[in-house]
Design a protein around this ligand. Structure first.
Ligand code: GLU
Length: 333
């Protein structure tokens, strides 16, 4: 038996296609019908502006790597990206400074702890964390190229917009609201400074992190951003290469470790896919080679993950045949 030379990612990719267009359209509509009535949970309240979200809003969008969109409900309702910014910031950072440097400085292991855990920073060896939780994301923001906050912001805004395929804007009301109630993240940044794990002024890095969390997106935007991660780093509609395929592959691995915070294991068990949630109610799921799913539904579970979003991802992972771990025996036994 011969094998290809190791090291060439293009020879070792996950392949396959989504089912036919009609089937995907029907399943997306079915997921929306099925999970719209779910109501036994609450929207995030710790950022005052998020408490005003409509708990009835439920939008979803599947974007194929070929750029086809399948949508239901409030898929064009704007909301702040929040923690869904983390994988995209990490991807852009790896592309800019090299993933070995990013990994050595930030760490990529699961914390097993809530998204804003101080203990995670203290407990991990040498202050390393994971770019999918706040400490790692604030440290990642501090490493973004640029000598000034404005230069760093330009890098972030421009990079996120390339993922979305359109110019994204900050929701100023959400930004102001979170800045006024941000003491915990400022504390995390101060702790990182003590451990020499932050590479820009801690207050300024926290401000930039907060601003990026307030970027306004829709489920449609996020589905295309997720589909870019499913498509070796190429935006399916603009055709632009946003990040290299190998970086894309590694970002998805890091999403698997901590994308849903302390419930990342349950998520992986249920969906078999990399995913990321945010406290505004957004959620993305990435199926390498096939496409991205994004949902928007503000009511959250106790870990800060959208309840309808998780139900939808699990349902569509099963029905669209997306689970990366699912297989059947080669021969019928
Ligand atoms: N901006 C939020 C925070 O840092 C993001 C948290 C999240 O979406 O999980 O508290």
């Amino acid at each position: 038996m011969t094998t290809d030379a190791p090291g060439s990612v293009t020879d070792w990719v996950s392949t396959g296609h989504l089912p036919g267009e009609e089937a995907v359209r029907e399943l997306v509509a079915e997921a929306h019908r099925r999970f719209s009535p779910v109501q036994d949970c609450e929207v995030a309240r710790y950022i005052p502006a998020l408490a005003a979200a409509n708990p009835g809003h439920f939008g979803l969008c599947v974007a194929s790597t070929g750029g086809l969109l399948f949508e239901a409900g409030e898929s064009t309702q704007p909301f702040s990206i929040q923690s869904l910014s983390k994988p995209f910031l990490f991807a852009l950072l790896c592309q800019a400074i090299g993933e070995d440097v990013a990994r050595a400085r930030l760490g990529v292991n699961s914390t097993g702890l809530p998204f804003n855990s101080v203990l995670a920073v203290e407990r991990s060896g040498e202050g390393l964390s994971n770019p999918m939780v706040n400490a790692g994301a604030i440290a990642a923001t501090s490493l973004v190229p640029g000598d000034t906050a404005e230069a760093k912001w330009h890098f972030i805004e421009e990079g996120f917009s390339r993922f979305a395929g359109r110019q994204l804007q900050v929701d100023q009301a959400v930004y102001a609201s979170e800045i006024a109630s941000n003491r915990r993240n400022l504390g995390i940044a101060t702790l990182l400074e003590e451990q020499q794990r932050i590479w820009f002024d801690p207050d300024a890095a926290t401000d930039l992190y907060t601003r990026q969390c307030a970027l306004s997106v829709t489920a449609r935007d996020l589905a295309l951003m997720a589909a870019t991660l499913a498509n070796g780093g190429c935006q399916p509609c603009s055709g632009e290469r946003v990040i290299e395929p190998l970086i894309c592959q590694h970002v998805l691995a890091v999403m698997v470790t901590a994308g849903l915070y302390e419930t990342s294991g349950d998520w992986l068990y249920d969906t078999g896919l990399p995913g990321k949630s945010g406290v505004s109610g957004g959620m993305i799921t990435v199926c390498p080679g096939k496409g991205g799913l994004a949902t928007y539904s503000p009511p959250l579970d106790e870990s800060g993950n959208s309840v309808r979003g998780q139900l939808t991802a699990r349902f569509l992972s099963e029905r669209l045949g997306l689970n990366l771990f699912a297989s059947r025996p080669l021969a019928p036994f």
